[in-house]
Design a protein around this ligand. Sequence first.
Ligand SMILES: Nc1nc2c(ncn2[C@@H]2O[C@H](COP(=O)(O)OP(=O)(O)OP(=O)(O)O)[C@@H](O)[C@H]2O)c(=O)[nH]1
Ligand SMILES: [Zn+2]
Length: 352
Amino acid sequence: MSLIPTLTETISRARADLRMGLPVVIGSYLVAAVETLSAERLADMHALGQNILALTGRRAETLKARVYDDGLARVQVPKDGDLRWLRALADPAGDLMTPMKGPLLTQRGGEVQPHQAALALAKSAQLLPAMLMVPAEAQPGLTVLAAGPLLAQLAGEAAMAPVASARLPLLAAERSRLHIFRPDDGSTEHYAIEIGDPPRDAPVLTRLHSACFTGDVLGSLKCDCGPQLQSALTAMGQAGAGVLLYLNQEGRGIGLANKMRAYDLQNQGFDTVEANHRLGFEDDERDFRIGAALLRRLGFDTVRLMTNNPRKVEMLEGQGISVAERVALITPRNRFNTGYLDTKARKSGHLL
Ligand SMILES: Nc1nc2c(ncn2[C@@H]2O[C@H](COP(=O)(O)OP(=O)(O)OP(=O)(O)O)[C@@H](O)[C@H]2O)c(=O)[nH]1
Ligand SMILES: [Zn+2]
C-alpha cells in the first residue's frame, strides 16, 4: 500500500518529533531528547519505570562516566533526576562551573542497539546527543521505529534529486547557474553553483564548501569560510569555469545551534576539536558522500579540488571521483582565526 509511510519518511517524522520535544518509540523503549524534553513529559517517563540516559562515548569521557559499550554510555537516572540534572549531563555549557555531576552509574551488558539508534537519530536531527530512554509499550500517536533498520538507514546515503535551476549572474562570474538538489530523506537541500559551461570530459575546478552562516553571511573573523567562499568563486570566474557545491552541513554537520554551543566552549578555552567532543560529537560529523553524489549528478567525474583538507580528497577518490589536482585555498590570518587554523592543521591534518 503506497499510502503507508516508508522507513525513510518515518525517520524524517521522528526527527521533527524529537526537535519539538515529543518522544518517539525505538524498539521497546520510549525515547526523548533531553534538549527539548518538558518537565511534564519527564514526569510521565519517570512514572513508566527506570530511565536510562544514553550519551555518546565522547560526552561520557568528559563526564568521567564509564563507557562499557563501544561509543556509548547508559547512565542510570535516579528517581529524583530532574530536568536540571539531565540538562547538566547533556549540555557541557556549565561543566566548568559545576564539574562534579556524579557519581554516575552506568549499565553494562544487555542490548545497546536501541541506544545507538537513539544517539544516531539525535545527531541526524542536530540535537545534543543525550537521549532519555525508558522501556515502554508504544503509545498511540507516537512515531515507532525498529532499532536495526533505523541504524542501517541513518548510515546509508540519501538519494539526491535535482529540483530547480536558473541562471544567476554573480559578482565573481556573470555566467553562472544555481542548481538546487533535494535529498529524499527529508533533510536539508544542497546547492551547486555552476560557473561558465565547464566541459564534462576535462577536470573541473571544484570547491566543496560546507555552510557557515557566521563566516559566509556575517563575515565572522573566527574562521576562514567567508574568504574561502569568495576566493573560490573569484578563481572560477577568472578561469571561466568551475563548480562550487554549497553543502548545508553547518558546523561540520552539527548544526548552527550546536556550533554556537561549541563557540561558547571555545570562549572557555577549549579548541574547536575539544569543543565538539565535550558536546558529545565527533570533530567532523559531515557526510562527505554528498559532494561526490552531486558531482556525479552534474556529470563530472574528474576534478581539480580547491581544498586544504586531505580528507575531502580521499573521500572523493573513495567515491569514484578522481582528483586530478589539489588546489590550495589559503586565506589571510587574523588574531581571531589563527588558533582555529593552527588546530585544524595540528589535529585535523589540514595543509595550511
Ligand atoms: N563544529 C564547528 N564547526 C565549525 C567551527 N568553525 C567552522 N566550522 C564549520 O566548519 C566547516 C568548514 O567547512 P569547509 O571550509 O568546507 O572545510 P574544511 O574541512 O575546513 O576544509 P577546506 O576545504 O580546506 O576549507 C563549516 O561547516 C563551518 O560552519 C567550529 O569551531 N566548530
Ligand atoms: Zn566558518
